[in-house]
Design a protein around this ligand. Sequence first.
Ligand code: PEP
Ligand code: MG
Length: 312
Amino acid sequence: LAAEALAGYAGPGRTRDGQVVQILANVQDGAGARAAADAHAEGVGLFRTELAFLGRAQEPSVEEQAVGYAEVLAAFPGRKVVIRTLDAGSDKPLAFATAPDEANPALGVRGLRVARRDPGLLERQLDAVAEAASRTGSTPWVMAPMVATVPEAAGFAAAVRSRGLVPGVMVEVPSAALHAERLLAHVDFLSIGTNDLSQYALAADRLSADLADLTDPWQPALLELVALTAAAGRRAGKPVGVCGEAAADPLLGCVLVGLGITSLSCATPAVARVGGRLSTVDLDTCERAAEAAVAADEPQAARAAARALLAR
Ligand code: PEP
Ligand code: MG
């Protein structure tokens, strides 16, 4: 990649021929959000709220939550900020939200499923987000993790809309990708969590180093699920972003854009690399690279095929 494309990246995200693709940041607190704004992220694509409360024995009060959420909103006045409701459980256990004794926590009561047992926890978090929104004069987007069914999305959307916020859901479970269009009948956007979507699509623990080849974000079957989801977004005229690690790989970012993704959200240090790389390629090249990657049988072949088309 030409050094000037990296050094000079100041947003907004777009391909060389002008296709707009928001380059957003994944953050976990106000300081991280301010650093992301300094790095020319256009907003926040994933605010992992659970990370602020990992060591806590008790649920934080609505006021404490509102203060923390407002800090992130204040870093991006008038910009897009996507707040994710608590993704407790599995690799991110929260003492006050998750059961310690599940046999298969990755397949257990995690993410939005926690609200089955404790609906008040989600209600109070949404109240805190609404309070932070009113204090900062912003309209955050709010999304739920680990959504598997249409009724889950519909119930979440109603709770979010009733507070004047914009509802969306994460696509992290294959059933959600398969039913993306039905989910979009209820929510305003989708955000694909490729870390979990690869774990559940390939049936391979995302934390297992032995299975890293299976959870490789270049797995063609994963890319095909992304393509399905993006196509549903296009038909519905609603945005579909990617906020998993896949979006932090500049080459793969171009492929995701070629699949029809409308925003890429990555760790702040990757923002310039991802945005810079995208600015050097045309949309039709991204589309050809995407087609070649999906047609491959394994990740290395997908990567090589995309690189051959996208290399400058
Ligand atoms: C994902 O699963 O891709 C994701 C963005 O969420 P997390 O990594 O926090 O599970
Ligand atoms: Mg996830």
